[in-house]
Design a protein around this ligand. Structure first.
Ligand SMILES: Nc1ncnc2c1ncn2[C@@H]1O[C@H](COP(=O)(O)OP(=O)(O)OP(=O)(O)O)[C@@H](O)[C@H]1O
Length: 264
């Protein structure tokens, strides 16, 4: 399912958070949103999962404005792992993941055997099966993040919205999650601060700065030293990954590297 930001503007309290965003993620495409803090990335995602209403323009899922679709149908199609989507109540890990099936159920209808197997498989995929009976509030940040990812997977959406999904995850779980995201074949909109992970997982990147889309294209097209200097204000060297060819961004600190200091 294609997701399109069709001239989306968001004004709140006299401030323009997003300015006429025109961008789309094709069916099965992983679209990354990158940009400095406060550039409007989460605001854009919020318009997709309906936490925010555009002041003008619309987000289209396929041909339809997402706001014209029932909440239940939206929940069947779009799963979101958000910044505000933490857990408030101390349900067990197993219960939290089972909630992912709620959009497909009526009332308190119990999970079918197939759905129980789906939940068990999702727990296995994100490596939380050993936590099944634990309360979610007592988990580490990374463990909780993985549980919420499993919940999004069992929702079986057509579109996955991920706002900084690698937050809290150790490097192994970051790599596993993003490999899974890439292999899922879903339309994915993902905000990532790690530009190298973004280059590895995204088919295309959209760069936001002060609420405006600066450019969009493949990671190779977008991640240039000029753009990184202009938008992020950093000096960077961009090289091709020796195995995959994806652009990798290298930074040097403005102070000397410890190895250099030792030899001088
Ligand atoms: N409800 C709100 N009311 C007023 N301003 C808001 C609101 N939500 C966000 N903002 C402001 O809008 C701007 C864009 O916020 P947004 O969360 O979209 O940025 P972001 O690119 O996701 O940033 P970060 O990388 O820091 O997560 C910020 O300056 C933020 O302070």
């Amino acid at each position: 399912m294609e997701i399109t930001f069709d001239d989306v503007t968001v004004d709140i309290g006299g401030a323009r958070l997003l300015d006429a965003l025109q961008l789309s993620a094709g069916s099965g495409e992983v679209l990354g949103l990158i940009g400095p803090n406060g550039s409007g990335k989460s605001t854009a995602l919020r318009c997709v999962y309906r936490a925010l209403k555009p002041s003008s323009g619309a987000v289209l899922a396929g041909e339809r404005d997402v706001r014209a679709v029932s909440i239940r149908e939206t929940a069947q199609q779009i799963a979101a792992l958000t910044q505000e989507g933490s857990a408030d109540f101390d349900f067990t890990v197993e219960e939290v993941i089972a909630f992912g099936r709620a959009p497909h159920k009526r009332g308190n209808e119990p999970l079918t055997t197939r759905e129980q197997a789906m939940c068990a498989e999702a727990m296995r995929r994100v490596d939380v099966a050993h936590l099944a009976g634990r309360g979610i509030l007592a988990l580490s940040g990374g463990e909780r993040q993985r549980v919420l990812i499993a919940r999004a997977l069992v929702q079986q959406p057509r579109v996955l919205i991920l706002d900084e999904p690698t937050n809290h995850l150790d490097i192994r779980h970051q790599v596993e999650l993003l490999s899974m995201v890439r292999a899922a074949g879903l339309t994915v909109l993902v905000v990532l601060h790690d530009l190298n992970l973004a280059a590895a997982v995204c088919h295309r990147l959209g760069v936001l700065h002060e609420g405006r889309l600066v450019t969009s294209g493949t990671p190779e097209e977008v991640l240039t030293p000029e753009l990184l200097a202009r938008v992020f204000g950093v000096e960077a060297t961009v090289v091709a990954h020796p195995l995959t060819g994806a652009p990798q961004v290298l930074f040097s600190l403005t102070t000397p590297h410890p190895a250099k200091e030792r030899t001088t």
